[in-house]
Design a binder for this molecule. Structure first.
Ligand SMILES: Cc1cc2nc3c(=O)[nH]c(=O)nc-3n(C[C@H](O)[C@H](O)[C@H](O)COP(=O)(O)OP(=O)(O)OC[C@H]3O[C@@H](n4cnc5c(N)ncnc54)[C@H](O)[C@@H]3O)c2cc1C
Length: 352
């Protein structure tokens, strides 16, 4: 979104996008891919050329903040910049349990997809939105596989009573065993030993907790938080290097009113629009408009036939109103589709 909006010449910029694969990865669908569903393939090069952006296939190995260049891994090449937009996302670190699988990146999802046909008991660790979506998707796609989901706290605590009740009903329908208030102590040959000394049998462990941004920003010398996210001002500029703008999961964005942006597609897209608008304002010599964001809902798919939309207040706290079932499924699918739709229709924010 940042590149596409920039390319609309809001600041008359030449824009280059660097990405390690020529595939627009819809991370919000990685649980679907992992469960064996085919996803449509959209190339980044195609999106870039339609938007008038140069596309470079490759991975940023390092950033030289002094000379304002990005090193492209394995090529010896560098990309010079006046403004660098860091949008490198995040992933789940799988190192804590040997052999654990994940859904946070394309390679992780593909590895789980290859594993599931040989699985009989799957344990999903972490009952955040990603964990719940993953457990329900696997249980629906692989009805003969026993699926459990565990969490250190209550499962569904972030939802209103009606939302929790719906989640319980879906778990029952899909045969998912919820294990709240437990912590993984260590992996054992047949599963996971929990801190209550019980063993949860599992031949496949899917770890969904703790998104972290890559170490790229911190390694380069940008100020980052404990999750590797770039510390930013209200215009999403790095507090230590304002010529670097961070967007999406790679940014620790905080609005002027103190609202902290969570790592989500729902916040990343509008934040990217606003960051580029602030840049355009500055280049045009106008007052820069600071980041503003209001939460409306949290959207979950619960397999392909069900969903849960939890409406929230401006601080992301659950309201009593929820949408469930097929209506929620359709709502969620429309939102997920919008991530790609926005790539074809890049705009500056209209609401704030
Ligand atoms: C299974 C799942 C379901 C989700 N569902 C939802 C949902 O329903 N709603 C929601 O709001 N959020 C959801 N999320 C979270 C959402 O996917 C992320 O918040 C969002 O993708 C972040 O966007 P981003 O552009 O910052 O990063 P990403 O989408 O991760 O994109 C980062 C890009 O940077 C590239 N990159 C990384 N390192 C480098 C490098 N060194 N050099 C060059 N390129 C690099 C990557 O290859 C990738 O293309 C979900 C996440 C998962 C895993």
């Amino acid at each position: 979104m940042a590149a596409a909006v920039l390319a609309r010449k809001w600041v008359g910029a030449e824009v280059t996008v660097l990405n390690p694969v020529d595939r627009f990865v819809e991370r919000v669908r990685m649980h679907q891919l992992a469960s064996g569903q085919e996803l449509r393939r959209v190339s980044v090069s195609g999106l870039a050329s339609a938007a008038g952006i140069e596309f470079v296939l490759g991975s940023a190995a390092g950033i030289d903040l002094e000379h304002r260049t990005v090193q492209v891994a394995g090529t010896g090449g560098v990309l010079p910049y006046d403004v660098l937009v860091l949008a490198v996302g995040s992933s789940t670190e799988l190192g804590r349990v040997a052999g654990a699988y994940g859904v946070s990146t394309l390679p992780q999802a593909l590895a789980l997809r290859d594993r599931l046909p040989r699985s009989r008991r799957v344990a999903v660790v972490g009952a955040g939105l990603t964990g719940i979506e993953t457990a329900t998707e696997i249980a629906e796609s692989w009805p003969d596989v026993a699926v459990s989901i565990l969490d250190t706290g209550e499962i569904g605590a972030a939802f209103a009573a009606r939302g929790r009740a719906h989640l319980d009903a879906v778990f029952t329908r899909l045969g998912i065993e919820p294990r709240p208030n437990v912590r993984v102590a260590r992996p054992v040959p047949d599963g996971l030993e929990l801190t209550d000394r019980t063993v949860l049998p599992a031949d496949t462990v899917v770890w969904t907790t703790g998104f972290r941004a890559p170490s790229l920003a911190g390694d380069a010398g940008l100020e980052v938080d404990e999750r590797g996210r770039v510390l930013t001002d209200h215009y999403l500029r790095s507090v230590s290097h304002p010529e670097v703008i961070a967007v999406g999961d790679a940014a620790a964005g905080v609005c002027a009113d103190g609202t902290e942006l969570r790592m989500a597609c729902a916040t990343g897209v509008p934040a990217a629009q606003q960051a580029i608008r602030a840049l355009a304002d500055r280049v045009a010599g106008k007052p820069m408009r600071p980041l503003r964001f209001r939460y409306f809902n949290q959207c979950l798919s619960l397999g392909r036939r069900d969903g849960l939309i939890q409406f929230v207040d401006e601080r992301d706290r659950p309201r009593s109103f929820v949408l469930t079932g097929r209506a929620a499924r359709g709502y969620k699918e429309a939102i997920v589709r919008s991530a790609l739709w926005f790539q074809h229709h890049p705009t500056l924010p209209t609401t704030f």
